[in-house]
Ligand binder design. Structure first.
Ligand SMILES: Nc1ncnc2c1ncn2[C@@H]1O[C@H](COP(=O)(O)OP(=O)(O)OP(=O)(O)O)[C@@H](O)[C@H]1O
Length: 232
């Protein structure tokens, strides 16, 4: 095995000298000041830091939602800097899953229909294998008995777990969770964080979560702390 392939198999995503500058001249803001980071495959990593430390910027650059000013981001062996906007959109759809504070489920669709939606949007058929995977994810995330329900018929925690299943349906290289428990009470938050951890441990999914809560970060296998655009 070549060194490069070995690296791709153990590291899901990496940043090298990742730098992000907003604005120009006197209004320039250095949001990221040369970040070097490897996200281990199949692990749950938390990105922590106070407000303005660069957490969202780091996540957006790693997820291909924002372009770096300098440096390099690699996800699943692909250099994101080598992709144009259209290619990046397709790459995100196929290789990156997103979970947000607001669950963003479509209200008129059932849980099952929400979970398989990314496949349909990507032009893939929901065949037997896809249906089986949706059921397996629902089982793992404890919402198998809710598959026929619409979001309004589910609790916040259940909706977020359906959103996690939806983000995992394509088997992404990375699952990004941006303050995933921001809208949940502490008991439900603990449950959802437990399921994110389970997604890494049992399904081998690489999970990255942005949070400003130390309690939430405690569920992760590793914590990256940012301060003023640097890892500390
Ligand atoms: N679009 C933008 N234009 C100019 N400055 C920006 C922009 N986005 C972020 N910044 C600045 O970059 C720095 C990092 O912001 P970022 O949103 O990444 O921090 P954060 O840690 O996610 O904060 P929070 O926890 O409040 O969301 C801050 O100083 C912020 O003001």
């Amino acid at each position: 095995m070549t060194g490069q392939r070995a690296a791709v198999e153990t590291v899901a995503a990496s940043a090298r000298n990742l730098t992000k500058i907003y604005g120009q001249g006197e209004t320039q803001v250095y949001a990221l000041r040369g970040i070097d980071l490897d996200l281990p495959r199949g692990k749950f990593t938390a990105i922590m830091g106070s407000s303005g430390s660069g957490k969202s910027t780091l996540m957006h650059c790693l997820a291909g939602l924002d372009k770096a000013s300098d440096g390099k981001v690699t996800v699943g062996g692909t250099d994101l800097g080598s992709l144009d906007d259209d290619a990046l959109t397709v790459f995100r759809r196929e290789h990156i899953g997103f979970v947000f504070q607001s669950f963003n489920l479509l209200p008129m669709l059932t849980a099952f229909q929400n979970i398989v939606l990314p496949l349909e949007l990507g032009g893939r058929r929901v065949d037997n294998a896809a249906t089986e995977r949706a059921h397996m994810l629902a089982e793992t995330l404890g919402v198998a008995d809710r598959l026929g329900h619409r979001p309004s018929e589910m609790s916040g925690g259940q909706q977020q777990r359906v959103a996690i299943a939806r983000a995992l349906i394509t088997g992404p290289d990375l699952l990004f969770a941006d303050e995933p428990t921001g809208n949940l009470d502490s008991t439900t938050s603990a449950e959802v964080l437990g399921y994110l951890h389970k997604s890494a441990r049992e399904l081998g999914q690489t999970v990255v979560m942005v949070t400003h809560e130390r309690d939430s970060a405690a569920y992760a296998d590793g914590v990256v702390t940012l301060e003023d655009g640097r890892i500390v």
